[in-house]
Design a binder for this molecule. Sequence first.
Ligand code: PLP
Length: 377
Amino acid sequence: MSGAMKSMIYLDYNATAPIRENVIAAVAGAMATVGNPSSVHGMGRAARAKVEEARAQVAALANARPRDVVFCASGTEASNTVIRGAGAKSLILSPIEHDCVRAAAKESGLPVFKLKVNAHGVVDLADLAQKLEEAPKPALVSVMLANNEMGTIEPVAEIAEIAHAHGALVHTDAVQAAGKMMLDRKALGADYLTLSAHKIGGPQGVGAIILAPTAPLKALIPGGGQELSRRSGTENVAGIAGFGVAALECMADIGRMAELGAMRDRIEREVKAYGNDVVIVGEGAPRLPNTICIAMPGVKGETQVMHFDLNGICVSSGSACSSGKVKVSHVLTAMGYGADVAEASIRISLGYGTKESDVDAFLKAWTSLYDRIRSRR
Ligand code: PLP
């Protein structure tokens, strides 16, 4: 982190995780080497070696084969490629998917079937079985492994079993799950799993698709046939080298998740004890240990984010979208929350650099806002 940013308390790891020092070194080292990974001469082969080393590291993150990893430019591109390139005749999605899946589905022109979720945001498996009967075959089922707004973990292995019994393919967006829980593409039963480097302390602008050996995939971008003709364009050697190091290091973070889970539990316990109208979104479901979604009814999420910012703390509003415009969270709406909660939520996401003193500072700022707002009523 830069000097100015070091004085800020960063609790927005789900937006982007601070880049790791060894990643910066790997990116800088790769940038200093010359060579196109497709060139056959020695310098090209050196660049290729960097890409292949990273491919093995990213594969290991999902217990997959290196040749089943396709590098691309973001988690967004990875999911778009799968949605458009799997050769499906219909799409079955959870309503809490990231916009990159929702928008890709809309643009695909394919019939889209939306699954029901329960009040905790978990997919209804009986509804899945019914939609699989109705949807034109083969269908592609796309359900994220862990949600970015409140961290709920979806039963992807069970979803895949049901989907495969109906001849469907399965995609899981594992962008938020990576580095926070063990990943095994095969055990999950996912034909496609998508990742993004910057959510695990790697560089922004690098993503990957990890696919089952037999899964079909048509390139989204035609061109030079790189990545075994699954994604054209000269590979981002430096970014990919950084992604590899981040993949390696984030696996060690999984051992720290119990510690982050204890911090999450402390935040949730203390805010609930302080305000009896507070809502912890997704509380009843299995969740990532680092993600907390808190609604302070009656106080807009963006007002809360500004208050924390003034107190030197970075968090996200549940209703913010990537373009900076504010819209009500489709995730909370799908879970059945009204505007009073959906517009009043913030996301706090912890990560490898989070300390107990950050939690103290967050709770102090949160209670001061709560007192100020409630004293006006
Ligand atoms: N999927 C999920 C669940 C995300 O949280 C994000 C980023 O917020 C993405 C996909 C998109 O990843 P990228 O920023 O690499 O395009």
